[in-house]
Design a protein around this ligand. Structure first.
Ligand SMILES: Cc1ncc(C[n+]2csc(CCOP(=O)(O)OP(=O)(O)O)c2C)c(N)n1
Ligand SMILES: [Mg+2]
Length: 370
């Protein structure tokens, strides 16, 4: 699967744009979105190739088809709004600003990787870019997202050290059934925490379709209603219309410091992981979603409707992202593995005895929460 050349895109039906907020964004922003989408796609294609050559080990889940989700939702929030996600996380890392080198080297198990080569594909972490992982336990990250939102609201309201933030907590549709997620929603609703649970609803949890796995699959928003959480359903295949719907919702969650829930309909073109015979769906079903591919739709809009991008500029972006990803593979191949001594570091965050009743840490620092 390659990103489709713009020339293959159908002509727009009419001269009038169907987009609202996103159409008002500067050319540079939309061109950057296109580049990010194409970078993620190219990165994933080369990841698959490296995996097949056994240069990458462990579990590996490809994001192709879902790229619009991260590009459109990140575009609607600030860079210092915290983000946490599940294991299908390469796209989140790249769209947040992690270098292709740090992301690829992590999968190659090299010391230059974002988690020093100790995490692999499922554990992309990037503190400067406010990405708090990459987590392999289905649903577990929803509790972390709720905690990040608690911290953000505490900093804003109590400590008065930060701006009003909103935390984006991504999850797969399979996580809807995890107890942890329901506890997280309950606390978020009860304490009014600014966390947006974004369900990347690609229709399948491994080989189980959403209809076979969860109640009210036709209207997931009803699940959030039980926790007093506002919810919306968004088509996540087209980055611009996704942004148009998500932006006001995220703004409201930030302004009111309230949680939100988004049923974001998307689709993965590849299998669940690198070893998936995909017996549970048809080629026709995959093709139906590919007809609405976001790279095709956005490049078509920029080339033919908005006319802000030339065919040559489009080709240049394609060549640039190919170079960037090729460089990341070469870099990762040649980079050193972690030192043996690294086996014993980063195992525990910072081992520390319990807090003393007086509110002092045993090493002397005052606990700010007491
Ligand atoms: C608690 C837990 N149970 C089971 C698994 C095994 N498992 C790994 S991925 C996965 C499917 C999750 O699907 P979904 O949440 O829809 O995410 P997607 O792969 O579609 O992005 C399962 C069941 C796990 N990692 N954690
Ligand atoms: Mg899924």
């Amino acid at each position: 699967m390659t990103s489709m050349p713009a020339s293959a895109a159908p002509s727009p039906a009419s001269g009038k744009s169907k987009y609202t907020l996103s159409a008002k964004l500067p050319d540079a922003t939309l061109h950057k979105w296109l580049r990010d989408l194409m970078l993620i796609r190219e990165f994933e294609l080369k990841t698959m190739a490296a995996y097949q050559q056994a240069k990458i080990g462990g579990f590996c889940h490809i994001y192709i088809g879902q790229e619009a989700v991260v590009v459109g939702t990140f575009g609607a929030v600030n860079h210092d709004d915290p983000v946490v996600t599940a294991y299908r996380d390469h796209g989140h890392a790249l769209a947040r600003g992690m270098s292709a080198r740090a992301c690829m080297a992590e999968m190659f198990g090299k010391a230059a990787g974002c988690a020093k080569g100790k995490g692999g594909s499922m554990h992309m972490f990037d503190k400067p870019n406010w990405l708090f992982g990459g987590h392999g336990i289905v649903g577990a990250q929803t509790a972390l997202g709720t905690g990040l939102a608690f911290a953000a609201r505490y900093e804003y309201e109590v400590l008065k050290t930060g701006p009003k933030k909103v935390c984006l907590s991504y999850m797969g549709d399979g996580a809807l059934n995890q107890g942890c997620f329901h506890e997280a929603q309950n606390l978020a609703g009860l304490y009014s925490l600014p966390v947006i649970f974004i369900v990347e609803n690609n229709g399948y949890s491994m080989g189980t379709s959403i209809e076979r796995g969860t109640t009210m699959a036709h209207n997931l928003c009803l699940k959030a209603a039980g926790y007093g959480i506002d919810a919306i359903q968004i088509d996540g295949m087209d980055v611009m219309s996704l942004y148009d719907q998500f932006k006001p919702f995220a703004d409201k969650c930030r302004a009111e410091q309230r949680p939100g829930f988004v049923d974001l309909k998307t689709y993965r073109y590849q299998g669940h992981s690198m070893s998936d015979p995909q017996k549970y769906r048809t080629k026709e079903e995959v093709a139906k979603f590919q007809e609405r591919d976001t790279i095709m739709t956005l490049s078509n809009y920029l080339l033919n409707e908005r006319k802000s991008l030339s065919e040559a500029e489009y080709q240049k972006i394609q060549a640039d992202v190919r170079d960037e990803v090729k460089d990341s593979v070469e870099f990762s191949e040649n980079a050193p593995v972690p030192e043996l001594s690294e086996l014993y570091t980063d195992v525990y965050a910072e081992p520390m005895p319990n807090l003393s009743p007086s509110g002092e840490y045993t090493h002397g620092a005052k606990n700010p929460l007491l």
